[in-house]
Design a protein around this ligand. Structure first.
Ligand SMILES: *Cc1c(COP(=O)(O)O)cnc(C)c1O
Length: 225
């Protein structure tokens, strides 16, 4: 059995059934993706528009594509026809554009609100005040072709596991606050997308419902030079 299949088996033994595994396929070949597909995996994630746009026509239609990277408004149109969920909705402007493009294709696109939880400035995302303001705005109320299913965040790139745990706990706290305050009767608002290869165990302990895992499935990515 290939390492991709055995890695998936290992993860499925380790990860609770109710936590979804999104297999992150950036830099991976179609052959590698097909190995995971043939093993029964269906949820795949990409972080670059160009890459997901190029790959998706060559791959089976029943793949559920998750977009997990920073999204520029002028590129939403390329993924709107087929993407299942966008994890990286980090400003009202991009949600408006996702709504507009989803409407053009007569679709509803599930989105997660990306929060900035890391110490680094470089990671995109809302803070709680911005989300509260957006959810209360009249513009937001007109967006009928998006569905807000939960939150997403990326922890600081560090070996300090306590810090990572604190950041995930904060994200789960934001989720609970929003659930209570805005989405109490919205059954599909239930996702907390957090955890990658190096921190998914902590993320699951802190209440993750979706982990985005690349290297632990497909092996280490070639280092950029
Ligand atoms: C690359 C990436 C992942 C997966 O990273 P691994 O460390 O390979 O598991 C998860 N989330 C996002 C947003 C990514 O860009």
């Amino acid at each position: 059995m290939s390492h991709i299949k055995s890695n998936l088996d290992k993860l499925s033994r380790e990860i609770p059934q109710d936590v979804q595994v999104v297999a992150v396929t950036k830099t991976r070949t179609e052959a590698e993706i097909m190995e995971a597909y043939e093993h029964g995996h269906r949820a795949f994630g990409e972080n670059k528009v160009q890459e997901i746009k190029d790959k998706h026509p060559h791959l089976p239609e029943d793949i559920r594509w998750h977009f997990i990277g920073h999204l520029q408004t002028n590129k939403v149109k390329y993924i709107a026809p087929f993407v299942d969920m966008i994890h990286s909705a980090d400003r009202l402007k991009v949600l408006k554009e996702i709504n507009k493009q989803a409407a053009r294709f007569e679709r509803t696109i599930s989105c997660l609100l990306q929060f900035h939880i890391a110490e680094e400035d470089s990671k995109f995302g809302f803070n709680m005040a911005e989300v509260e303001e957006m959810l209360g705005s009249s513009t937001f109320a007109t967006l009928k072709n998006i569905r807000v299913d939960g939150v997403m965040g990326m922890a600081t790139f560090t070996t300090d596991m306590d810090q990572i745990r604190r950041e995930f706990r904060q994200l789960k706290g934001f989720y609970s606050q929003l659930k209570e305050g805005h989405f109490r009767h919205t059954s599909h608002f239930k996702e907390v997308s957090m955890g990658m290869t190096n921190d998914y165990q902590i993320a699951i302990e802190e209440g993750s419902t979706m982990v985005r895992i690349g290297s632990a499935i497909f092996g280490p990515r070639p280092v950029k030079t």
